[in-house]
Design a protein. Structure first.
Length: 212
C-alpha cells in the first residue's frame, strides 16, 4: 500500500485504540505484496490476540489473497476467538486500490471476555429463580394485600369474574382461603362483593373448596 494510506491508517488505528482502551486491538494487513508470511503492517494492542507485526496472516488475509478479490465484502460485528479462548467482537473493512481491488484489510477486534463474564454474573443475580414469573409485589397495607390476592385468584382461574361459573368461584375462593385472605378483618364482605355473591354463598363456597 502507499505510504500515505498507511500513515492515515496508522493514525486511525491509534485513535481507535486510545478511544476504546486496552481491550481493543486494531490490525492493518497489507496484502498488496502477496506475501502471506508478512501481512501485518500496523497493530495496536496486539496483546489482545497475542500478535505482533511478525505474526503470520489471519484467515481473512489469506482469503483475500486468493480468488477474486473484488468479491470480498466488508463484515461487521461478528464473533471470533483467540487461541487462549477469549471471545472477540470483530469487524473487517477491505481497503481497495484505484481498480477496486483489496490491497489492505482494516480489522477491529474487541475483547468481550470480561464483559461476558460480568454479564453471566449479573444474569445469575437478576434472573427469576422460579423461571419467569412476575415479581411479587410488596403491599403497603392489608387492603392492598387483599386486592392483590383477589387479582391473583382471577389469574389462577384464568377468566374474568363475569365469566366465572360456580366451580370457578369455588376455586378462586379456595385459593383466597389458602392464602390467608379470610384472616383479614372484614375481608368476607369485600370478597363476596367482588365475586357478586352473598356472604352466605361465600361461606358455602368455602366449605365446598375445603371438601374438594
Amino acid at each position: 500500500m502507499r505510504e500515505m494510506t498507511l500513515d492515515m491508517l496508522r493514525r486511525l488505528a491509534k485513535a481507535l485504540a486510545a478511544q476504546f482502551g486496552d481491550n481493543c486491538e486494531i490490525v492493518v494487513h497489507d496484502i498488496s505484496k502477496n506475501d502471506p508470511e508478512n501481512t501485518i503492517a500496523i497493530i495496536e494492542n496486539g496483546h489482545v490476540s497475542n500478535r505482533n507485526q511478525e505474526a503470520g496472516p489471519s484467515h481473512v488475509a489469506l482469503a483475500a489473497m486468493q480468488g477474486e478479490r473484488h468479491r470480498m465484502p466488508d463484515e461487521y460485528n461478528y464473533f471470533t476467538q483467540t487461541a487462549d479462548g477469549r471471545i472477540l467482537r470483530s469487524s473487517t473493512v477491505y481497503i481497495n486500490d484505484e481498480e477496486g481491488m483489496p490491497e489492505g484489510i482494516f480489522c477491529i477486534n474487541y475483547d468481550m471476555t470480561s464483559l461476558l463474564m460480568a454479564k453471566a454474573t449479573i444474569d445469575s443475580l437478576t434472573q427469576d429463580p422460579k423461571g419467569g414469573n412476575e415479581p411479587e409485589r410488596i403491599p403497603t397495607n392489608v387492603n392492598d394485600l387483599l386486592d392483590e390476592l383477589l387479582e391473583r385468584s382471577v389469574q389462577i382461574v384464568g377468566k374474568p369474574v363475569a365469566m366465572m361459573n360456580k366451580e370457578d368461584k369455588v376455586k378462586a375462593i379456595g385459593y383466597l382461603n389458602e392464602a390467608g385472605a379470610m384472616l383479614i378483618t372484614k375481608s368476607g364482605d369485600k370478597i363476596a362483593k367482588f365475586f357478586g355473591i352473598s356472604k352466605y354463598t361465600l361461606y358455602s363456597y368455602l366449605d365446598s373448596s375445603a371438601n374438594a
